[in-house]
Ligand binder design. Structure first.
Ligand code: 8YV
Length: 327
């Protein structure tokens, strides 16, 4: 008998076919959305699951699913996992590091450019038939090249963005991170370590790439927005909840900062209604890793984690060290 697994999100047909070679698979190609309660209930016959970051795996879910042995996130971020609870219960947690780094860094830069150069706002203006003449100050935005880029969160993606800024656009890159990079890495990224306060004060563009945790909740709120330059822009490709979206909408409406580019939202797929009302924000639906090649690599790695662990006892990119289920 093949082990039973749940693929909780739509994925590529050929990756699903590979999984079917090893497992009895229940898929969700229809893209039904489940509440945490329904997800916990659905999991009950399965030893493994492949999911997006939308489905939580916490002590409650684990208690209801003593048969579960592995959950593979199709995401590098894993704030939907309570990893210590998973480890305590003997359930393997995996994510998809590395395969999305460059694509996500590309998108961070694209959102920075779109935000600084007011691309969404000006496109809406054009589509609405409002373009009647040329004006010297029409949608004049903020300089990107040669400006100061402040990156909060200097993991792999943050470093990719630093490279693009420093080497591609001649930006001065400053960063803040829980721990400072080695001198070699700082030199490679041409990035200097500063306090969060200094970063907020000095940066022309602030980029958020920090993982979500209780500690990073509302890294940017009203107080931080007040420290930024009135000409500055803010980009969040990290996670909903890193920014206080209500405070951001207020700051944008009051022109306390110039503009923002936001790919991730508190309570997504809902978006704070006040963010939808302000023109100086570029809003995208959590697509920073969305290229076909990268999404394919993410799906493949998540599948390989399930196959590796459930057929050979070894996941490819485990987040915890688990020998067997002992719930
Ligand atoms: C995922 C992401 O597409 O990898 C992450 O952490 O945010 C995205 O790349 C999304 O989380 C779906 O799981």
């Amino acid at each position: 008998m093949k082990p039973k697994i749940l693929v909780a999100c739509p994925i590529f047909d050929d990756v699903l076919a590979q999984l079917r070679e090893h497992f009895e698979v229940t898929d969700n190609q229809a893209d039904a959305s489940w509440t945490p309660e329904v997800w916990a209930e659905r999991l009950q016959p399965f030893v493994g699951a492949l999911t997006t970051g939308a489905n939580p795996v916490n002590a409650q879910v684990l208690a209801r699913n003593p048969q579960l042995r592995i959950v593979a996130n199709m995401a590098v971020g894993y704030n939907n996992f309570d990893v210590p609870a998973m480890t305590a219960a003997g359930v393997v947690a995996t994510n998809t590091p590395d395969v999305l780094t460059e694509t996500t860094a590309d998108f961070g830069f694209a959102l920075l450019m779109a935000t600084a150069r007011r691309m969404a706002e000006s496109e809406h203006f054009l589509r609405a038939g409002l373009w009647k003449s040329w004006r010297y100050d029409m949608f004049a935005g903020a300089e990107v090249h040669g400006s100061t880029l402040g990156i909060i969160g200097m993991g792999r993606i943050g470093q990719g963005i630093a490279h693009r800024g420093a080497h591609g656009f001649g930006m001065d890159v400053i960063y803040h991170n829980r721990s400072r990079l080695s001198a070699e890495l700082e030199a490679e990224c041409k990035a200097s370590y500063v306090s969060k306060e200094e970063l907020l004060k000095k940066a022309d563009h602030v980029m958020l790439v920090v993982p979500y945790s209780a500690e990073s909740h509302h890294t940017i709120g009203a107080a931080e927005l007040a420290q930024m330059k009135p000409t500055a822009t803010l980009v969040n490709i990290a996670r909903g909840g890193i920014v206080d979206d209500a405070a951001l909408a207020k700051a944008l409406a009051a022109k306390q900062i110039a503009a923002a580019g936001i790919d991730v939202f508190e309570g997504e797929p809902s978006v704070h209604p006040d963010l939808l009302k302000v023109p100086n924000v570029v809003l995208t639906p959590h697509i920073a890793s969305a290229t076909i090649q990268t999404r394919r690599a993410m799906a493949q790695l998540a599948a390989d984690n399930l196959i590796g662990f459930l057929t050979q006892g070894q996941a490819v990119t485990p987040l915890n060290n688990v020998t067997g289920r002992h719930a």
